[in-house]
Write a protein that binds this ligand. Structure first.
Ligand code: ME8
Length: 519
């Protein structure tokens, strides 16, 4: 049996509504989770919201409401976005949940028991936006001469009593980890960045705050709340049953589990330096792989509230369709690279690839069968051409789960498209409509080949476009046991023998037009 897979997104700061970057990460992770389930794996997929910290407390105060009221409303928008986009999470975690406070206090106590926490005074440059302290040498100068964090956010000099984590003790252990598990940090470019950072030496990390109280209380130090990243990272354990549900922990966070975090490139340091150090300190298993994906840019520009170009995933999904948006984001951007989106690019890709290459192929074939055979499934009589087409489709389709497993969805989509183009070339060469009068038996054999090929293509792409693929497979009567990645099941003959009648199909991907304001 393959190992159980635990796969997570980052948990989002709910200090604003979700944007397209959040949607991108959720969609990519969802595709990996769905593909793994189709390989027969036991999958635990978690996403959620990161609700503590000064920033949330300040935003709520500015609105004249409590942090709790604020996050209750905001978290609901993230959950709504996930549900709208078909994100098949098993658990939507909110860090304000009592079980999460208990898990965070348990990991704290485990790190304390290991001698890694001590009380001291902290002075340094703190960015509220990033919830992080920076070294003087890391700061950059803004246009008006103000000091800014490396992410370009304002910093202030801050002095407070704080608990510290002995991160300095973990430099060698982390370097050994990166050497032993070369896949731990992906893609390669981000791995090199982190290696250089850790080789440069690690300073102990301030892990508690006394200046506000919207957070998880430090056990035995009621004036302190945990640094938000300690509690945020622990979300992954909470969902796996830490600390009390040992059976669940053994399954989803055990030495035998396959644990994958999908996050954006700006938070790779937190996940590949602090997080494994905390886990080592608490004597817990480590994740296997942390993938830092790239950023989505709006027509090549960084999104920001001040530029007014923050794309609302809900509006995009409503304008273009959920599956078109899912497909576009994964096909357009090599996973790991930055990418750009625009209404024109979404419309163009959807129309040419989903609409023409796949949708029309299915539409032409199925309506021809519905009309000319009155929905009776055509009789196969395979020739070398038919076998060659099915072999090409199967080769592409067997590459796809492997590409999803190595977190390369754009490669999976490329294989799939190649197979769609092969089917289009086949239908043009065989011209079944011309055979209707001259050679009806051959016409049936061609249509039967296409029927099987279309169904296999729909199964293979279903992690990316689950709603349309399922609708098509339902329409075609493809049984549930033929909808996984694995041994091919000979369903066509039994469907035909059972007298299945194909109804006239509806177009899967109606042609998109550019919205008026984008023209
Ligand atoms: O960082 N394109 O939350 P967050 C692609 N709470 N991805 C983007 C993006 C963009 N334009 N902007 C942000 C946090 N992201 C923390 C995480 S995890 C224990 C705590 C990604 O709401 C970003 O890289 O700022 C991150 O992975 C996720 O969205 C949430 O970002």
């Amino acid at each position: 049996m393959p190992k159980p897979l635990t796969i997570t997104t980052a948990i989002a700061y709910p200090n604003g509504r979700p944007h397209i970057g959040h949607a991108y990460e959720a969609i990519a992770t969802d595709v990996f989770a769905r593909a793994a389930r189709m390989m027969g794996r036991d999958v635990f997929f978690q996403t959620g919201t990161d609700e503590h910290g000064l920033k949330v407390a300040q935003t709520a105060r500015g609105l004249g409401i409590t942090p709790r009221e604020f996050v209750d409303e905001m978290a609901s928008y993230f959950k709504e976005m996930d549900d709208l986009l078909g994100i098949s999470y098993d658990r939507f975690i909110r860090t304000s949940e009592p079980v999460h406070h208990a898990a965070s206090q348990a990991i704290w106590e485990a790190m304390a028991a290991n001698g890694d926490l001590y009380l001291d005074r902290y002075e340094g440059w703190y960015s509220v936006r990033d919830e992080a302290y920076y070294d003087e040498s890391e700061l950059v100068e803004g246009t008006d001469g103000a000091k800014l964090s490396p992410q370009g956010t304002p910093v202030e000099w801050t002095v407070e009593e704080s608990w510290f984590f002995r991160l300095s003790n973990y430099q060698d252990k982390l370097l050994a980890l990166y050497a032993e598990q070369p896949d731990f940090i992906q893609p390669e470019s981000r791995r090199n960045e982190i290696l250089r950072f850790v080789e440069g030496g690690l300073r102990d990390l301030s892990v508690s705050r006394t200046s506000f109280d919207w957070g998880v209380k430090v056990p035995g130090s009621p004036d302190h709340v945990m640094y938000v990243w300690v509690d945020a990272l622990t979300n992954y354990l909470t969902g796996c049953g830490y600390p009390d549900d040992t059976e669940r922990m053994a399954r989803y966070w055990g030495p035998e589990s396959d644990i994958v975090h999908i996050i954006g490139k700006d938070i790779v340091r937190f996940h590949t330096v602090y997080w494994p150090a905390f886990l080592m300190s608490a004597n817990l298993p480590l994740p296997g792989k942390i993938f830092g994906h790239g950023f989505l840019l709006n027509r090549g520009e960084k999104m920001s509230k001040s530029l007014g170009n923050v794309a609302d995933p809900k509006e995009l999904a409503e304008a273009f369709g959920v599956d078109a948006l899912r497909y576009f984001l994964l096909a357009e951007v090599g996973f790991g690279n930055d990418g750009s989106y625009s209404a024109e690019a979404i419309v163009h890709r959807t129309n040419t690839e989903l609409g023409n290459a796949f949708g029309n192929l299915a539409q032409r074939t199925l309506s021809f069968i519905a009309k000319n055979l009155e929905g009776r499934l055509p009789e196969p009589a395979a020739t070398a051409d038919d076998e060659a087409l099915l072999a090409a489709v199967r080769e592409a389709v067997t590459d796809m789960p492997r590409a999803f497993e190595k977190l390369a969805p754009h490669e999976a989509i490329q294989s799939w498209l190649r197979a769609c183009y092969a089917c289009n070339a086949y239908i043009d060469a065989q011209a079944p409509w011309a055979l209707r009068k001259t050679d009806p038996a051959r016409m049936e054999a061609v249509l039967a080949t296409l029927y099987v090929a279309i169904a296999e293509l729909a199964v293979a792409i279903s992690p990316v476009i689950p709603t349309s693929a399922t609708a098509l497979l339902d329409h075609m009567g493809v049984p549930a046991d033929a909808r996984g990645y694995g041994e091919s099941v000979d369903w066509y003959e039994s469907l035909r023998a059972g007298g299945f009648v194909l109804a006239a199909p509806k177009p899967l991907f109606p042609r998109l037009e550019l919205p008026a304001e984008a023209e």
